[in-house]
Ligand binder design. Structure first.
Ligand code: FE2
Length: 171
């Protein structure tokens, strides 16, 4: 398990974040990804520490809200940079986290289950940009549960009223 200084990590992330903190790829989205991921992890057996770190890091290096193809790899590099400072995690956990961050917007569905859970947690929040999550693009049976999709979708729609802006996203 990882030991995370969440407040310290968020302070560090916010100091370098280039986009709107409350925007479609900002903190409200990250907190819903965290909720989605932890709920999924109870069913998939994913590592909750990796899911938590993914939620706060995966979009932290975005340079714009469009198809920023480099933001996944940049987030993976950032995770390595913050590791040992803002959180402690074993090598296997850091490897899962970096792979999850690196590929999260590539549309992939096949991966180790913790990585799949991270990707599903993110994709379940697509309602904030006017898209209902497509079960065919979700990785795990747990995420494809219609009741879970609806729960996540309704939460994301509520947030969209506050944060929606015109844009394109990369998956
Ligand atoms: Fe995201």
């Amino acid at each position: 398990m990882a030991a995370v200084d969440l407040n310290g990590m968020l302070k560090h992330i916010r100091a370098q974040f280039l986009l709107d903190w409350q925007g479609i790829h900002g903190a409200p989205h990250w907190s819903r990804v965290l909720d989605n991921g932890l709920r999924l992890a109870e069913r998939t057996g994913a590592r909750a520490d990796v899911v938590t770190l993914f939620a706060f890091l995966h979009d932290s290096r975005r340079r714009h809200d469009g198809n920023d193809f480099e933001h996944g790899p940049l987030a993976a590099d950032y995770a390595v940079e913050l590791g040992g400072h803002c959180f402690e995690i074993d090598d296997a956990g850091l490897s899962l986290l970096t792979v999850a961050c690196r590929g999260h917007s590539d549309g992939l569905t096949e991966a180790e289950v913790t990585i799949q859970t991270c990707w599903d947690a993110d994709r379940l929040d697509l309602g904030r940009v006017g898209r209902r999550p497509d079960p065919r693009r979700l990785c795990t049976p747990a995420a494809r549960d219609p009741a879970l999709i609806e729960w996540a979708y309704q939460r994301s729609i509520g947030a969209a009223a506050r944060t929606l802006t015109p844009h394109k996203i990369s998956f």
